[in-house]
Design a protein around this ligand. Structure first.
Ligand code: PAF
Length: 282
């Protein structure tokens, strides 16, 4: 069934008031639209866990550090609403811009530490934008539960830290990355890849799996890293922002997986920035 599309805060509050009074568990799935099976897996998890599910679609200008990226970000609202029909979600929250950032808006939520590296380093201001909008999405929807993909693992940790630090009564659930059959992590930005770049894109995941295999066999990280960067270069990637081995709890850099660790990558292919991460270990 098509869910009501709510664009104004008063309409959202009218919808959620009876749910809150009934003590129902409200799950929120925050998205920027261009929904793919990764998002839909979050909706499924929310449906399994909660009495009510709200999917939010808002392309948040404050988390884009590059105006071209914001301009090119795919916007497919009609198609998104259609994809959600079979899930019978309770509402789509698609706020008008002024409902999120009214005139004179002057508040920023900023998480330190976890945001110093990787995406925080290469996209200055990105996580301030994410933490601010997610705080607002949590409070606007009165969510008890929120569902995020591990594809954006650093974002997941930042949101968890923010919710804990601000005593927001929201359980933040991390859900596994959903991949295409060739290993490419699903992402709205994949829509921006040309056919040619799309055939090359899975090499990113492939080199990460190669590093993980090497580490499992006891090889040193640095030569594995160098071979991976060379392979990406040969395949046609035009730059690697990072290809890091980091602790999965606090993102500190590791030379070897001496504690639960993940490999994180961001690389450029035909003008599109792809990110991915995988667990390293048994
Ligand atoms: O992961 C995203 O799509 C966005 O960063 C989020 C969490 C919806 C905030 O705008």
């Amino acid at each position: 069934m098509p869910a009501p599309i709510l664009r104004r805060l008063d309409a959202l509050r009218t919808a959620t008031r009876p749910w809150i009074l009934a003590g129902e568990r409200i799950g929120v799935v925050p998205t920027m639209g261009a929904l793919h099976d990764g998002h839909l897996s979050l909706v499924e998890a929310a449906k399994r866990t909660c009495d009510r599910v709200i999917v939010t679609i808002f392309v948040n200008p404050r988390q884009f550090n590059n105006p071209e990226d914001l301009k090119n970000y795919p916007r497919t609202e009609t198609e998104d609403a259609r994809k959600l029909e079979r899930f019978n979600v309770d509402a789509l929250w698609v706020p008008d811009g002024d409902q999120m950032y009214p005139a004179h808006f002057a508040t920023t939520v900023s998480v330190t530490g976890l945001t110093d590296v990787m995406e925080g380093h290469f996209r200055p201001g990105h996580f301030d934008g994410v933490a601010t909008v997610v705080t607002k999405l949590f409070t606007q929807t009165s969510a008890s539960d929120a569902f995020f993909g591990e594809k954006d693992y650093q974002q997941l940790l930042v949101v968890r830290r923010m919710a804990a630090d601000l005593d927001l009564p929201v359980t933040v659930h991390g859900c596994p990355t959903i991949r295409e059959i060739d290993g490419l992590a699903m992402s709205s930005r994949n829509l921006l890849l040309s056919d040619r770049a799309r055939t090359t894109a899975p090499v990113l995941h492939d080199v990460m799996e190669q590093i993980a295999d090497g580490l499992r066999r006891g090889a040193a990280f640095d030569p594995l890293h160098a071979a991976a960067v060379a392979r990406l270069d040969k395949a046609g990637f035009t730059g690697v922002d990072y290809l890091d081995l980091r602790a999965q709890d606090d993102l500190s850099a590791l030379a070897a997986p001496t504690r639960p660790a993940r490999l994180f990558a961001a690389a450029w292919l035909a003008g599109v920035r792809l990110i991915d991460n995988i667990a390293v270990g048994d």
